[in-house]
Design a protein around this ligand. Structure first.
Ligand code: ZN
Length: 635
């Protein structure tokens, strides 16, 4: 026999698997049962989904039990503020350390039935967000359902729902909000929910003309590359945002509606969405920067959704996950709008209700619980040569510090991104820094994925060995192709995007100790690295007025995980110093002033310093990470 919480989990998973019912933490469910209190006495409790938990992945501990004997007397009250309600509910928890119960707890608790399920199902929203909403709902369901006019979720709504409740009804529709069903078991409540939503879907199919998408537009390809960074820059006024881009056929078709601008400026479909999406998308016609300014002046915040017909939709968030939530919600909003328009016209919350929903304290409270931002939060960092060694260590460090990282390498760098947790927090791209086309394509991918770039660590390099008299021309040219041309191509692509964004940026060159202390038999390497160093200074000179900083890291003698130190290279250097190859690390250590071994993990600290605002006043500089090498002192 399944336990009550298992039944709830089972119901949650089935609801959560259906994205036309709930999205990203939306919806809530409960089950009334009995449980022993502290003294072992059996009392009536309700297990209710905790605030913010996600139905498709919910686990038992995310269903706190609240005491119904404490909640019952609340029915007698006239009103209760959100603060009072939260405070009261915290004291009703059977386990005082349990998670915060759903903000819609009272709505469940006041209904005299064992199992209650509430969602913001697309099809129900499409019916209730129409002109003449009551009539549309009646036309679909007849009198089998109870309807409740829109009211901000909270104590009063919970009481109104309880007063309107009738066990004979099939469910309750909350106008412009969602659906409630119930039953003796979670299974029954779920089946009723599905029956009602599928009736609504069939009604929409029958009565809603198919989306009249106007002329199917030829898909323009208008410089995504230049729109997105300018847009991201404009949106990143107070804090950096990450963008998600969608130019799927469904989005382009929706945006090709002749009335697309009008219907997208009506508002969000349910209060639950507003906190993520805000009320209105920005319908982008001209340049991004003035359009965002105008939007900001009008609405008091920057837009989360940016629509451009013929191009697609961007959604913005503090990280890629937040941008994805907005994205998913608006994809559903498009369907709701399309259906409601066909049913007589999309209509939603009025200004006052929408304002209240947007500034709903109970919901915005969630935002105050978020952990402190990490140092590189909201930043996009692209690292070259990052499949191994120093580049890999820097990519992992930056990801741990909150950056979204673009891991690039000639070799497949997906092993590195596999270590980075979080939704869309890292992408891997195979890139040859010596190829103009390959570099351009990688940066385009970066812009498409995240909207721009803030930090670039130009790290990829090659070495070769031999005195000048025997050095093959091909080795010389290879060194210049990667160590000079490669850094130029990467820096150029980065600067273009950073200028479009208009928010500065940091480019960190891995220069190496050879720049200040060249080594004999390392001619091709040392000379090409000297050119890289000079390139860094030019970037600093030309980038300064745009807030683009360029600095160099000079690591030395890092053996671990480095492709630079091939067995062949070790053998040759050991021979040059007249020692055994396995004594090489010792040799280098003893050569340092600090008598220390430098590892790949020592470099990311310095890279983070140069990448982050900690070095905001530093450009054109060189930072050795070499244990102290007198000959290599920067001068
Ligand atoms: Zn709700």
């Amino acid at each position: 026999m399944t336990t009550v919480v298992e039944q709830l989990i089972e119901q949650s998973r089935r609801v959560g698997a259906n994205d036309s019912l709930v999205l990203w933490g939306g919806g809530n469910n409960s089950l009334k049962t009995t449980a022993p209190d502290l003294l072992g006495r059996s009392i009536e409790v309700m297990l209710i989904k905790s605030s913010g938990s996600d139905m498709k992945s919910i686990v038992a501990k995310q269903f706190p039990a609240v005491r119904l004997d404490y909640i019952a007397p609340l029915r007698q009250r006239d009103d209760m503020t959100d603060d009072e309600m939260v405070d009261y509910l915290a004291r009703c928890l059977l386990d005082p350390g349990g998670p915060r119960p759903s903000i819609e707890t009272l709505l469940h608790a006041f209904l005299p039935v064992p199992s209650v399920l509430h969602t913001h199902a697309d099809a129900i929203l499409a019916l209730t967000n129409t002109r003449g909403r009551e009539a549309t709902v009646r036309k679909c369901f007849g009198d089998s359902l109870i309807t409740i006019p829109y009211r901000q979720p909270g104590f009063r709504l919970s009481r109104e729902v309880a007063e309107a409740f009738d066990a004979k009804a099939e469910g309750i529709v909350l106008m412009n909000h969602g659906l409630i069903t119930w039953g003796d078991t979670p299974q029954q409540a779920f089946e009723r929910h599905m029956a009602l939503t599928s009736r609504a879907e069939k009604f929409i199919d029958r009565h809603g003309a198919p989306a009249s998408a106007g002329e199917s537009q030829a898909r323009l390809k208008p410089g995504l590359h230049s729109i997105a960074p300018a847009l991201r820059g404009a949106l990143s006024k107070d804090r950096k945002v990450i963008l998600e881009f969608d130019d799927s056929p469904e989005v382009l078709e929706f945006l090709s509606r002749p009335d697309a601008e009008r219907v997208t400026q009506i508002g969000a479909a349910t209060p639950d969405h507003i906190l993520h999406t805000k009320r209105f998308p920005l319908f982008l016609k001209g340049d991004a920067a003035p359009a965002v300014e105008e939007y900001l002046a009008k609405h008091g915040h920057t837009p989360r959704i940016i629509l451009k017909p013929g191009v697609g939709m961007w959604t913005a968030g503090k990280d890629a996950r937040a941008a994805r939530i907005v994205h998913d919600i608006y994809r559903h909003t498009m369907q709701i709008i399309t259906a409601a328009e066909a049913l007589g016209g999309y209509e939603t919350l009025n200004d006052k209700d929408a304002y209240e929903a947007e500034h709903w304290e109970l919901e915005t409270f969630k935002l105050t619980l978020l952990p402190k931002e990490k140092e590189l939060a909201g930043q996009v960092a692209l690292i070259t040569g990052a499949a191994s060694g120093i580049g890999r260590a820097i990519a992992l460090k930056f990801a741990a510090e909150g950056a979204h990282v673009v891991v690039t390498d000639l070799a497949d760098p997906s092993e590195v991104t596999a270590h980075i947790e979080g939704l869309r927090r890292a992408i891997s791209i195979k890139m040859d820094v010596s190829s103009e086309e390959s570099v351009e394509r990688a940066f385009e991918t970066c812009v498409r994925e995240y909207g721009g770039v803030d930090v670039v660590v130009s790290n990829a390099g090659v070495s070769s060995f031999g005195t000048l008299d025997v050095l093959p021309l091909a080795d010389w040219e290879k060194a210049f192709a990667v160590n000079t041309r490669g850094h130029f191509l990467v820096a150029r692509a980065a600067i273009r995007i950073m200028k479009e964004q208009g928010r500065g940026g940091s480019i960190v060159f891995n220069a190496s100790k050879n720049v200040t202390a060249p080594g004999k038999e390392f001619g091709a390497y040392s000379v090409s690295k000297a050119a890289e160093a000079q390139l860094c200074r030019i970037v600093a000179l030309e980038g300064g007025e745009f807030g683009i900083r360029a600095n160099m890291l000079n690591p030395d003698a890092i053996f671990d995980g480095s492709r630079f130190w091939s067995d062949e290279m070790r053998a040759m250097r050991a021979q040059a110093y007249g020692i055994e190859a396995d004594r090489l690390p010792d040799y280098y250590r003893n050569r340092t002033l600090l008598k220390t071994t430098v590892t790949a993990d020592d470099v990311p600290e310095a890279a983070l310093f140069l990448a982050s605002s900690r070095s905001a006043k530093t450009t054109g500089a060189m930072l050795p990470v070499d244990g102290g090498v007198r000959e290599a002192f920067p001068r």
